[in-house]
Ligand binder design. Structure first.
Ligand SMILES: Nc1nc2c(c(=O)[nH]1)N[C@H]1C(S)=C(S)[C@@H](COP(=O)(O)O)O[C@H]1N2
Ligand SMILES: [Mo]
Length: 257
């Protein structure tokens, strides 16, 4: 057993309580029930709480193993870094849980984006309608858990604008995406409303190639690659976490950058 001394100037119990207050509700309850002791915290994170630590500092340590803490630290306004055209990785890598020649082929004429859940207007959207949405552009870094990253250029509509347009309940907790080949993904609402979260229809100003998710991918530069669904055919605004392809296999749900 490791011996600990009392920390000068901080009451660790209060610090942990303060950190827990910054977490979203379900995470807070789980945290206070589970790991909310100094010993458990040091054990789980491998870090001691030291004099001068703040509630945010404690939360940052907790976030290394806890999705709720990561969600609390996520800032709606903090932007992912952007890059010049010259930084774009060429060729940009393809990645999926299958080979590139097995990527889904979506017929643009038949395509409709299905809208479900807590939304006023559930009318499905054709590709022509989606392409008519106001366009924004970003050059950002895509980071894959498999150990590579690449800088890409994506154009499309701001997801939060689209959510407003369809009358989505933005107080709902999640958005669930379904992809043409069966891949799925759930993101939290603050991430969906982040200004850089984009419904991408183009890569490098050209119609999104099949490899990168034609006809639509959700580009989220504040999240790991697997939280960026390609070939999206449906979205549901929901208070139920439907998980996702990799999340269900144990990958960290929040997977923020
Ligand atoms: N529909 C679908 N979306 C997906 C995946 C997938 O297999 N199917 N793989 C994810 C992973 S792990 C990564 S790293 C990125 C890769 O995107 P890219 O091919 O544009 O590089 O897509 C993500 N979105
Ligand atoms: Mo990935």
């Amino acid at each position: 057993m490791r011996q600990r001394n009392n920390i000068l100037g901080v009451d660790p119990k209060l610090l942990i309580k303060d950190a827990a207050k910054l977490m979203p509700d379900p995470a807070r309850r789980g945290f206070l029930r589970g790991a909310a002791s100094l010993g458990a915290l040091a054990f789980l994170t491998g870090c001691d709480i030291v004099d001068g630590d703040t509630a945010e500092g404690v939360l940052r340590k907790v976030s290394e193993f806890n999705d709720g803490a990561q969600a609390a630290l996520f800032s709606r306004t903090k932007l992912a870094p952007t890059f010049p055209e010259s930084a774009i990785t060429r060729p940009f890598p393809f990645n999926a849980y299958y080979d590139e020649d097995e990527a889904p082929v979506v017929d643009p004429a038949a395509y409709k984006l299905e809208i479900a859940g807590l939304v006023e207007n559930k009318k499905p959207w054709t590709l022509t309608e989606l392409h008519a949405l106001p366009e924004v552009s970003q050059i950002t870094r895509h980071v894959c858990v498999e150990g590579w990253s690449a800088i890409g250029s994506w154009q499309g509509a701001v997801l939060s604008d689209f959510l407003k347009r369809i009358g989505a309940d933005t107080k709902a907790k999640y958005i669930w995406f379904k992809c043409a080949e069966g891949y799925t993904n759930t993101i939290d609402m603050p991430t969906a409303l982040h200004p850089q979260t984009q419904m991408s229809f183009r890569f490098d100003h050209k119609i999104l190639p099949r490899a990168y998710g034609f006809p639509m991918k959700i580009r989220i530069p504040t999240k790991l690659g697997f939280k960026n669904p390609k070939y999206v055919v449906a979205m549901e605004v929901t208070n139920t976490d439907h998980g996702g392809y990799w999340e269900n296999q144990g990958y960290n749900w929040f997977s923020g950058l």
